[in-house]
Design a protein around this ligand. Structure first.
Ligand code: RAT
Ligand code: ZN
Length: 412
């Protein structure tokens, strides 16, 4: 029976049982050792929370960053969770995590939580979080130019099918002054002016690392003024190296557009902001390279409408996620509704961007609640006109949104 109540139950059930693919995170599998972040001190020193805590009094930024991780966590805890109510999205996330792990969310003593996390056996704890969240697979952000990470890929990497790789290429595209000397040190013959063997050598670097990591896609974050027509070296590398390699390997290029890095450098990782971009670069790429696939997310709310319409024009463009400063319920709701209204089910509604393992719990819990709300509304609009829905169709749609759309796009 297709009554309202039934549909709500079916949707909620489909959302909680769908197996999720989280297509962009900053998490690492256990073999990466210290890069695997978990526990209350990591949760509290997440850069989203640091920026917020430092707003409340005049503590010197440098002084804060000189503190140990534990001391920083204590500071954030006191400011955001003891002296104030944790109502912001990043702060509320911590409460959701503690609640879902069965902890008392009203304890003010940080050591109560520390003891819980300290007592966990990592492997079974990882299994437990995957079980709570119903995540089948998550995709890491992998940068071979990062010393710590590179070491693991070269020695000590252990495959875990729940953690897949994405080759992050910000270095090559956005900071050649530091990445090119590194490439040279690793034996690639690259010149700053891109002359000689540079193009071939960059391609060799990309191919070698895509293969080594079995990367599902290449990814880059880009500034608001990103253009494909500015005659820059970045454009040259995209057109002559990245796109041919992605095409050859049949993997997408993920573009994350709109980040203004280090608006307040004193805040370090927490100092980035955003601005509107010009969607023209995306139109250019999708039109000129129909054989390439683009996974795209855009940071500014003001870009979302034209972004959705651009996706209607190009089937090689897959919008994904409500990225970073868009990952809060009111914005997810608005963006998801707009995407459903103009793209049907042909997009990837969310990714988590987690840096700390337990964030998978809160980020998905909060996003799924919004997705359910919007889908209930949309399915009910159809039912009111006599359209028949079945549990099977609802399960299919939701499984597509939360996982299969990505895998289909990858394998096309
Ligand atoms: O969401 C974040 O944590 C940001 O700091 C960035 O990492 C962003 O998501 C990116 O991938 O550049
Ligand atoms: Zn990210």
């Amino acid at each position: 029976m297709n009554n309202k109540l039934n549909i709500e139950l079916m949707i909620n059930n489909a959302i909680s049982t769908a197996s999720i693919t989280d297509i962009h995170t900053h998490l690492f599998s256990e073999c990466f050792g210290e890069l695997f972040l978990f526990g209350i001190d990591e949760l509290l020193t997440y850069h989203y929370l640091v920026a917020e805590a430092l707003r409340y009094d005049g503590v010197d930024y440098q002084q804060f960053f000189n503190l140990s991780k534990e001391e920083q966590a204590e500071y954030v805890w006191k400011v955001l969770f003891v002296d104030n109510t944790p109502i912001s999205e990043p702060a509320r996330s911590v409460i959701t995590i503690l609640n879902k792990l069965g902890l008392d969310v009203n304890q003010k003593d940080l050591n109560y939580y520390r003891e819980f996390f300290r007592a966990q056996k990592l492997s079974s704890y990882v299994d437990r979080i995957f079980k709570i969240t119903n995540i089948k697979c998550l995709i890491m952000t992998n940068d071979p130019l990062d010393q710590n990470e590179r070491g693991v890929w070269e020695k000590g990497y252990v495959k875990d099918s729940r953690f897949r790789a994405a080759l992050r290429i910000d270095g090559i595209l956005n900071s050649r002054e530091s990445s090119f000397p590194q490439l040279r040190a690793f034996g690639y013959k690259v010149e700053d002016d891109l002359s000689g063997t540079t193009i071939e050598e960059i391609k060799r670097f990309l191919i070698e690392w895509i293969e080594k990591m079995d990367a599902l896609y290449c990814a880059v974050s880009l500034p608001p003024d990103f253009s494909m027509l500015d005659g820059s070296k970045r454009v040259e590398i995209i057109e002559n190296c990245v796109l041919p390699v992605c095409k050859g390997k049949n993997i997408p290029l993920a573009l994350m557009i709109g980040v203004k890095r280090a608006v307040n450098p004193e805040l370090r990782l927490a100092g980035d902001s955003l601005a509107k971009t010009d969607i023209k670069a995306l139109e250019y790429l999708c039109a000129k390279y129909p054989q390439n696939k683009f996974l795209v997310t855009i940071l500014s709310l003001e870009n979302q409408h034209e972004f959705v319409i651009t996706a209607r024009k190009f089937r090689n463009l897959m919008p994904f996620g409500c990225w970073w400063y868009l990952n809060s319920p009111s914005l997810i709701e608005q963006i998801t509704r707009m995407r459903l209204e103009w793209l049907g089910m042909s997009f990837i509604p969310q990714h988590s961007d987690c840096r700390v393992f337990e964030q998978l719990i809160s980020k998905w819990e909060h996003s799924k609640a919004v997705l359910a709300k919007v889908l209930i509304e949309k399915y009910n609009d159809l039912i009111q006109m006599g359209y028949e829905l079945s549990e099977e169709k609802i399960n299919r749609d939701i499984q597509n949104l939360l996982g299969d759309n990505f895998w289909r796009f990858i394998s096309q």
